[in-house]
Structures are given as C-alpha cells and as structure tokens.
Design a protein around this ligand. Sequence first.
Ligand SMILES: Nc1ncnc2c1ncn2[C@@H]1O[C@H](COP(=O)(O)OP(=O)(O)OP(=O)(O)O)[C@@H](O)[C@H]1O
Length: 582
Amino acid sequence: MKVLRRTLRLTWQASPWITLLVAALVAFQSVAVALLAQSQRWLVDAAGLGTVGGLLAAAALGAVAYTASTAGRTVLHSLALELVLRVDILVNDEILGLVAGLPGVEHLEHPEHLDRIFLLRRGSRTLAQLAFGLSATVAGVISIALSVWLLVAVDPRLALLAPLALLPLWINSRTLRGLRDAEKEAARHGRLEEMLHRMCTDAGTAKELRVSGAHAAIDEEAAKAWDRYATLISRARVRASSWNALGWICFSAGYLLVLALTADLAARGLATLGDAVLVLVLGARLRGQIQEVVEQIGRVIHTGQVTEHYTWLHDYAAAHGPKGDKQPVSGGITFENVTFAYPGSKAPVLRDVSFHLRRGSVVALVGVNGAGKTTLVKLLTGMYEPASGTIKVDGQDLAATDLAAWRQRTTAAFQDFVKFQLPVRHAVGIGSLPRMDHVEEAIHAAGADFVERLPNGVDTQLGSLFDGVDLSQGQWQRLALARALMRDKPEVLILDEPTAALDPAAEHDLYERFTTTTGTVGEGITVLVSHRFSTVRMADHIIVVADGTIAEQGSHEELMARNGPYAQLFRIQAAAYSGDNC
Ligand SMILES: Nc1ncnc2c1ncn2[C@@H]1O[C@H](COP(=O)(O)OP(=O)(O)OP(=O)(O)O)[C@@H](O)[C@H]1O
C-alpha cells in the first residue's frame, strides 16, 4: 500500500492532466465491451421484430461505443506510455538519490544489497507502471463482471464460463511466482556477466587484460555467466508457458460448451437470436478480456518483486540515513575497543583497537599490506560502523552523529583514487562544489603545477573519452589530492597513501607542505597512511597496525628507542634506500 501511495504520488507529480485523462479512459474501457455486446443484441432483436426506432437506437449505441472504445484505446495507449516514461524518470531519480545519499558504503559492497539494487534498477519501469497497471486491472475485472452478468441474464448456466475464465488467471499468477524466483536466483549471474563484460570493454582494465592475455578467458567466463542467467530465466519461461497453455485449453473447451448450450436454448425458443449473438460476442471477447487482465496482473505481480526491493531501499535509507543534528565539536578522536568485520564476513579485520588522535597532531598509520590501516580510515570517515566498541569525537559517539555534517568537516585522499574525465576545474572542484573559486589554490597546494602547462590550463578536458588530455598516473594522483584539499580548513585530513605514484622525494616534499600549509595544522588532525618511513617519521604520533590490532604506538624517537616492530621496519627500509631517503 505504501508503495502504491508512493507511485501514485510520483504519477500525479509526473503530470496531473495525463493522470486524470488516463483514469477517465481506463474507466470507460471497463464498460465498453458490455455496451458493444448489448447494442448488437438489441440490433438483432430489433431487426427480427422490424422496429426501426429500436434498430436505429441500437445502431447508434453500437457506433458510439465502438468509436469511443477503439479511439479511446489508441489515445490511452500513447498517454499511458508517456506517463510511464515520465514516472520512470522520477523513480530512477529517486532510486539514485537514495543509493547515493546514504552516508556509508556498506550497501555498495554487500552482495545481497547489490542484487537488490540491480533488480530495482532493471525493474524501475515496472514500478513506474504500477499505478496504471492496477487501475487497468480493476477496469478489466469490472469489464469481465459486466460480461458475466449479461450472460447470466440469458441463462444462469452460462455463468459456468466465469470459473473457467478464472483458471488461466490462477495458473498465470502461480507461474509468475516461479518466474520471479528464477529472476531472483539469476540476478547474481547477470551482475557477474555485467562486471566481466565491463572489465573487457573498459579502457583502464582492458589494457591490463590485453597484456596478460586474460581477456579471452574473461570473455568466456562472461559468456558462461550469461548462459547461466539465460538458462534459469528461459527454463522458468518454458514452464510458465506450458502451464498457461493448459489453462487456455480448459477455457476454450468451456466456451464451446456454452455455445452448444445457447444453440440448444435458441432451438427450443428459450433464447432470442439477439441473446445468441450476445453470447457469441461476449464469449469471444471474454477470452481477450481475461488475457488482458492476466497480463496486467502479471505486470502488477512482477512489480511485487520490484516493490519489495523498493520498500527495502526506502527502509534501509531511513535506518541508515542521518542520525541526528548533533555536530561533532572540535577536539580529539578516540577509538575505544573497536572491533570490525566486513559485511558478509565473520572474521574480524580489526580486533579490540583503542587509540587517541589528539587535536592538532599529525598521526601516521603504518603496517604491512592487509594489516587494517585503510579499514581504520573507513571507520573514521563513517563508511562503516564498528561491530563493537565506539569511535568518539570529543566524547560523542560517531555512530549517533549526522554523518553528512561530519563529512563536511573531514576530507580524504585515497590510494584507489578516481580519474574523473572532466575539465581539470571540475575534476578538482567536485571535492567541494561551493568552493569552486578555490580550485587553483588546491591545485597549487597539491603540487599539481603541471596544470599550468596543459593546453587550456584549468579548463583542459581530461581523459580520452572526450578527446581530452591523458595524464601520467602521478599527475592524476596529484589532481585527486587537490580534490581532497578543496575542503576549507578540515578538522580531519586523511591521506591514505595518496602519493603511491609519486617518487619518495616528491612524497616527502608534499607531506611537508601538507603538514605546514594546510588548514588542519594546529586546529585539526592529519592522519596519514604511508609505507615510506621518510614520510612517517614526520608524524607526531605513529600507530603501528599489525593483523588488525595495535602493535605499538608513540613518536618516532620513542618507537626507535623501544626497538620493536617499527624500529625493525624502519631499519630495513633505511638500508634499502642506503640512508638517502629516510
Ligand atoms: N571491502 C572489503 N570486504 C572484505 N574484506 C576487506 C575489504 N576491504 C579490505 N578487506 C580485508 O581487510 C583486511 C585489511 O584491509 P585494509 O585495506 O584495511 O589493509 P591495509 O593495511 O590498508 O593494507 P594496504 O597497506 O595493502 O593498503 C584485509 O585482510 C582485506 O582483505
């Protein structure tokens, strides 16, 4: 009901006038068949009796009903198409808004949630048809009821056709349920095929795949996934059509029986010729009417699956949306006994982690690959919530604060940055759209001065998709950094290996710049993740992460004096760089 109300609201919002016109035409369609059959009955009876007035009235009624029905049907078809198209756009906008507006990213990583979003986006049109489909179904049922009523008036036994007409309807609802289950089961294969296909056609991944020669194998895997998807769906369809055919055979046998009964009644003088014509016309039309209602019900039931996901998305967005209007105040951040496991995985990636990030400090997270550094950063930016323990910002639980407001006070640059194929100004500016005027400043702060030498400076189009300039990996990375630096005086600046593509000297120089020129110094907290100890040693506080726990923490000097894992890693790297870079 909630979904119906929502889609009705969207339908009205799409166009009140078209909605009213469609409703009026649908209402007329519900009586059109009965009017037409009745006019033909009167026409034949009046002809038999030779009453000219009756003949003319019946012909006039038939002509009006026929014209209004056929013309109305054509107009209804095009108006309904237009309305559904408009509602589809609104539904898609709503879905994208809900998916993109969620503060965390859990819904984008959980396979079950991804399946739901996949099915929802594929079925958005069905959802857009819900209001129209339901009203057409009600009109169809009324139309069938009127036909049955007219048949019963000739002879009550003719009502036999009604239960027989319901049989295909019932079978169809059962088979559609089977189809719905098959679609649910197949969604994962469909999504896999889409991903593999994209891997082979996307310029970024295609390069690596060509070099490794794996594209043929991936192509094959994509074909297999598509086969699995198509097989599940087509098997369910064949099953459904066989059952539906059986239903129609039963109805056709009933129709023949009704015709034989009417012929008998006419022969015995218990029915007029007009009655026989009425039965003939209505019986033949009943098949079409039922077919239409079956199809409409099919669409509505199919919508049931999509509406389930639609409701889920709304509920999920309501449960995971902004939690309150309290804003974190300036101060330190404390992780208290934080344990965390990624969705769908039972093994915790972080176990009982506790540490404090002091306001105004530069904190470095170090550790081997997979230790849990990026996961800590994701928790800090509110992408995920801890399974147990709390993250407190000035004593306030981050899970209970408005994440959107928190994000306004933080900024981050990640190792897996995005290459936005836009003009430089926009590729950097989307870091903080209200501060578009500060793009040049951010570019300078990120050391991306190469932009000045591009053909159109900050207005140069980037990427090959739109005949733009392509950049080196290090240059793309500097732009990603500039994007992160767009935020005005962030309380927390997170740099998660955003300089991996830069040489060690450039990274050292850049971090020196960040820690002395950005707005966070003295006011905010800078969290940097790096494998380069020449950078790490600049931090005030170093946290060594090992296997999801904190192995040790302290200043560079303290950790060197302790001679623990940090000191060992530092010496190994210092030896590798012959002391030059560390
Ligand atoms: N989205 C995810 N879903 C499930 N497991 C994940 C996910 N992201 C990371 N992990 C797992 O969490 C662990 C910690 O990963 P994390 O990215 O935090 O490590 P890291 O210390 O940042 O590593 P690196 O130095 O390689 O960037 C790894 O074992 C990884 O496999």
